[in-house]
Design a protein around this ligand. Structure first.
Ligand code: PNS
Length: 170
């Protein structure tokens, strides 16, 4: 158990539908703490996704193309099973406003209930991204608003393509 923590491999699970600058900020800051981070596209049964798993993985891979110590993976089962399989025991999550707290607290406790020697480590969201969420970004983009400063360039482009079938917007 001690050894696993010493490896400092963190699993960063989420829907990433799509990845935002808030997520990117968490990953960059976490990469100074952990030796390896696996960005895991996991299944949230409460969500209907805009992007396919492949599209989400491709966008993330493009963003972190030149970054060492990062992997991108996907998994449709229980998060704790993925941790067991990968030999990691740290879950990384970002925490934004107070509204995130209860949801995150419940998940962290539920995960630890299933597997004792795992820890969820939270990084506070960067101030700039406090109110950034994939959900709101999609809503604004779907209605023709600009989300350029909230997502990486490749994601912005993909959102424009998704929501503008006739390519009438720039
Ligand atoms: O970005 P999200 O949608 O808030 O991420 C939630 C996610 C995907 C991390 C969560 O739904 C999850 O862990 N899904 C995998 C299945 C699982 O283990 N569910 C029990 C969570 S306590």
């Amino acid at each position: 158990m001690q050894e696993n923590f010493a490896k400092r491999i963190a699993i960063y699970p989420g829907s990433f539908d799509p990845i935002t600058n808030g997520h990117v900020d968490i990953i960059k800051r976490a990469s100074r703490i952990f030796n390896e981070i696996i960005i895991l596209i996991a299944h949230n049964p409460d969500k209907v996704y805009l992007f396919t798993i492949e599209e989400r993985m491709e966008m993330i891979r493009e963003i972190f193309r030149d970054t060492e110590g990062l992997k991108v993976d996907c998994y449709s089962g229980l998060l704790v099973d993925y941790l067991k399989m990968s030999g990691a025991n740290i879950i990384l999550r970002g925490m934004r406003a107070l509204s995130d707290f209860e949801y995150e607290f419940q998940m962290a406790l539920m995960n630890r209930r299933q597997t004792k020697n795992i820890e969820t480590v939270f990084l506070m969201s960067g101030f700039k991204w406090f109110y950034t969420s994939s959900k709101l970004i999609k809503e604004v983009a779907s209605l023709g608003g600009s989300v350029k400063s909230l997502v990486p360039d490749n994601v912005n482009q993909k959102l424009i393509e998704k929501y503008d079938v006739n390519n009438t917007r720039g």
